[in-house]
Design a protein around this ligand. Structure first.
Ligand code: FO1
Length: 317
């Protein structure tokens, strides 16, 4: 079975890991947002790619979801001692990733080649692709602080400034990473993971050809990152509110309505189903929180079962 997952950071990584564990025999492709990538202390940092890879490799910090398990911060302490920036917490082991990646990028390797090499080294059997090898940078437009680089907004300012919109710099010329459009075309199931629609999934959809490749498929399922009007993690609900949308599963489905065939939402949001159905999208209701690894596997299995129902033509919710 060929599964394609579109993922941002922690929520996307958890569901991708659910598929990886639930169906070890499947051909899993994860297409990852790179709009959060930035250069810091001279190093190229790709937070969502690393979160997905560390999670699939069993190397992720289970508390934060990002960064590495059994991490230490001796290098960051040394940076602080010298008056360098410490607002972005780079651990010692994590720094190893950024050092080697930055070196290989300077030597002319593409981000996707480097990611493939890292996955081999970490023993990851899934295909993890950056959405593009061309750089894309998410810019957050804010009411009070002007235009902010994504990590400045997200980490340094803790998502506090009120947002007025987003720009994905470089998106118009960003080409899809070789192989990802083909993976979407050949997939038995395409899943939009419960990642932030504004800053994790929107950049992926903005890369040339991806949205139209999804529109051409009948098997695209999205999972809500909002439950009962709140984000499972991160600022998604706050962003919906600030941009004038109701923070609700319904609003997420609305953003994806041109290309999804079904939408999975939490039992807390069952009231949203009727309107979603009117848009021609089949709503499915389940417990979608992934509290632990068995929770990731349970959700993945639920979606796999739903996919086989859709293929078999049974439509139930
Ligand atoms: N998120 C934080 O909230 N604070 C940090 O200091 C931080 C450091 C960090 C280092 C490496 C990495 O791969 C991710 C890191 N993140 C941190 C997470 C990351 O910035 C965001 O979660 C994503 O960009 C949003 O998906």
């Amino acid at each position: 079975m060929k599964i394609v997952a579109l993922a941002g950071g922690v929520g996307g990584a958890k569901l991708a890991d659910g598929f990886y564990r639930a169906r070890p025999d499947a051909d899993l492709t994860v297409i990852v947002n790179t709009g959060d990538d930035f250069t810091h202390l001279g190093l190229r940092i790709c937070p969502d790619l690393d979160t997905v890879c560390y999670t699939l490799a069993g190397l992720a910090n289970p508390v934060t979801g990002w960064g590495r398990l059994e991490e230490s911060y001796a290098t960051l302490d040394a940076v602080e001692m010298l008056g360098g920036p410490t607002w972005f917490r780079l651990g010692d082991r994590d720094l190893g990733t950024h050092l080697v990646r930055s070196d290989l990028l300077r030597a002319g390797k593409s981000l996707s080649e480097i990611t493939r090499q890292f996955c081999q080294r970490w023993g990851i059997r899934a295909n993890v692709f950056p959405m593009s090898d061309d750089p894309v940078a998410t810019i957050v437009h804010t009411q009070a602080d002007g235009d902010l680089a994504f990590q400045d907004y997200f980490v340094r300012l803790r998502c506090q400034p009120e947002v007025t919109g987003f720009t994905f710099q470089g998106i118009d010329s960003a080409r899809p990473t070789p192989g990802i459009l083909e993976a979407i075309q050949a997939a038995d199931l395409v899943v939009v993971c419960p990642s932030n629609p504004w800053v994790s999934i929107a950049p992926i959809l903005g890369v040339q050809g991806i949205r139209s490749a999804l529109k051409a498929r009948e098997n695209v399922v999205a999972v809500s990152p909002l439950i009962g009007g709140q984000a499972i993690k991160g600022p998604a609900a706050k962003m919906f509110r600030e941009l004038g949308w109701k923070p609700a599963a319904l609003s997420v489905a609305n953003q994806y309505q041109d290309f999804i065939k079904s939408f999975l939402l939490d039992s807390a949001d069952v009231d949203d189903c009727e309107e979603i159905r009117q848009w021609g999208i089949i709503p499915y209701v389940s417990d979608i929180i992934m509290k632990d690894i068995p929770g990731r596997i349970r959700l993945a299995k639920y979606i796999l079962n739903l996919a086989s129902q859709l293929q078999g033509g049974t439509q139930s919710s």
